[in-house]
Ligand binder design. Structure first.
Ligand SMILES: [Zn+2]
Length: 186
């Protein structure tokens, strides 16, 4: 008999690609008009525990909230003009979504579309997310060029021992990412 099983070889994404794509898919639901982020928390069996995107709290009329960053420095803190007052980050939302459903995030790994901020890094550690894998999409310009931010990030990593890994989008093997790369200057 030439073959026993009725099957052919198929190509499947590896887990890294699978979860990074899932995070990007979540990001499509973001309320933010400028920066869409997504995060997915995965347990040691590669099962999704929770996911999230950056946005406003649920069940409100969000048309009454700004979804852009303030144009002028004096507008920061103004609830009509400053999205930052209301926008919950993707990683934070993924943790909150798990809590809402009574799911433990202890020992999970986060896959995130971009580099986490220092707050989210600490929230994740506090929630037992000990490993974070993120791509260089949406690399926040302010954080890239702010030495104090960098120092703070590195200090949190050093003190907690949280494992962080940046994976270039070019390493993610998917047609979706490849078409995205064409539109990004990275
Ligand atoms: Zn954050």
């Amino acid at each position: 008999m030439s073959h026993l099983w009725n099957r052919v070889a198929i190509e499947r994404p590896d887990w890294l690609t699978q979860f990074i794509l899932h995070a990007f898919h979540c990001s499509l639901r973001s309320h933010d008009a400028q920066t869409q982020c997504g995060a997915v928390l995965v347990d040691s069996n590669n099962t999704i525990v929770s996911d999230g995107y950056n946005g406003f709290v649920r069940d409100i009329d969000d048309t009454k909230l700004p979804n852009l960053r303030p144009e002028h420095p004096e507008d920061y803190g103004n609830p009509s003009l400053d999205k930052y007052l209301f926008m919950i980050h993707a990683e934070h939302n993924a943790i909150l979504n798990a809590a809402r459903q009574g799911k433990s995030t202890l020992g999970s790994t986060a896959y995130v579309t971009g580099e986490p901020c220092c707050n989210c890094l600490q929230y994740m550690w506090q929630a037992g997310v000990y490993e974070v894998i993120y791509t260089n999409d949406n690399k926040a310009k302010m954080t890239k060029n702010n030495p104090n931010y960098r120092k703070t990030f590195d200090l949190i990593v050093e003190l907690t021992g949280i494992k962080v890994e940046e994976v270039p989008l070019s390493k993610i093997n998917s047609k979706f990412i490849k078409s995205k790369l064409k539109n990004l200057d990275i």
